[in-house]
Ligand binder design. Structure first.
Ligand code: TRP
Length: 332
């Protein structure tokens, strides 16, 4: 029997899930379970590189898990877990810090960006974060790591560190590849359609959250930035606002750009914008309501993350034992 290839990804529970991460990534993850043995975790240990409010972090972690499930990640077909529940992440993270160079970490764009943004708290964890991320990945010997553009550099570093380690000790780690999904919308801010939709957008009208209520979603779309024409036509360069709305509409309805163009031919933006809002709600409202329902079922959520940690811990431990042996730690 052919073993399924392994795929792993993590998301920081540092805020609420956005429409951008749903349409761009999570939506496609549900189908991956057919093809791959999938692991997804809430990267709570990564979030504390930036100060968090403890109660909020706990809430975000559980909300994120509930949202993943509501988005179609079936816990029976995917391993869903919380990073801090699998202590091997911290342990391998330490070991790999000793195989990651100061110079390499200094070159990470995300470190440069985040340390510029949090000048008052440039802590060692923020700096060493890519070593922990390498551990997150390498523990599970995955073939693929689906990540966005901003995380590619970290996956590259993971490969470098894994190769370095393997070069010294033999084949301990599988060398993972970044996984670039075939489909997936690239959703931009509704207010600044030239930059990615992000929860750190200073203008919160630019970012739609899966948990937004109907009125909020409709309001954000009605206020979306467009252009001075009145024609619904796809042109990323010349009409970034309208093109973004078309991309969102297409992702939510399955319609092509030509179909959308025809549908709104002769109609103004005043008709198009609320139609996009409605299309988004037809997708996000059921997810939002299902996530709320799951979140209330504490016993169920607990059973999911316990089973996930159990399974993940078993695999992670096998890799960690190998590593400890290789570096020369005495077995207990
Ligand atoms: N660094 C990722 C982010 O900020 C989250 C993450 C942590 C991750 N560990 C990972 C992603 C391992 C993929 C694989 O988005």
């Amino acid at each position: 029997m052919d073993e399924k290839k392994v795929l792993l990804s993590g998301i920081q529970p540092s805020g609420d899930l956005t429409l951008g991460s749903y349409l761009g990534a999570i939506k496609n993850w549900a189908d991956l379970a057919k093809e791959f043995d999938c692991y997804y975790f809430m990267a709570d240990m990564h979030t504390i590189t930036v100060r968090q409010n403890p109660a909020e972090l706990r809430r975000h972690t559980l909300e994120q898990l509930a949202s993943y499930i509501a988005c179609g990640l079936d816990p029976n077909e995917n391993t869903l877990f919380i990073q801090s529940h699998v202590h091997q992440h911290a342990e391998l993270g330490w070991v790999l810090q000793c195989y990651t160079m100061f110079g390499e970490l200094s070159r990470m764009t995300q470190f440069k960006d985040k340390s510029a943004k949090h000048q008052e708290n440039i802590n060692a964890g923020l700096f060493a974060y890519p070593s922990l991320m390498a551990a997150d990945i390498l523990l599970y010997q995955p073939d693929y790591v689906p990540v966005g553009e901003d995380q590619k550099q970290h996956v590259e570093l993971t490969r470098d560190v894994a190769n370095r380690f393997n070069g010294l000790y033999g084949d301990v780690f599988k060398i993972p590849e970044p996984y670039i999904p075939k489909v997936g919308a690239r959703v931009m801010s509704l207010q600044t359609p030239t930059s990615k939709m992000s929860k750190s957008d200073p203008d919160q009208n630019g970012c739609v959250y899966l948990k937004d209520d109907n009125d909020t979603v409709m309001r954000k779309f009605k206020r979306a930035v467009t252009d001075s024409e009145t024609c619904v036509r796809y042109d990323r360069e010349g009409k970034p606002g309208i093109s973004n709305l078309m991309e969102i509409y297409a992702a939510c309805t399955g319609k092509t750009y030509e179909e959308i163009q025809r549908e709104f031919d002769g109609k103004g933006y005043g008709e198009f914008k609320p139609a996009v809002g409605e299309a988004v709600l037809s997708v996000t409202a059921p997810i939002r309501d299902e996530a709320q329902r799951i979140l209330k079922d504490k016993a169920y959520l607990e059973s999911v993350y316990k089973a996930g940690a159990e399974k993940a811990g078993y695999i992670a431990n096998k890799t960690l034992r190998k590593v400890y042996k290789k570096v020369g730690f005495v077995a207990r």
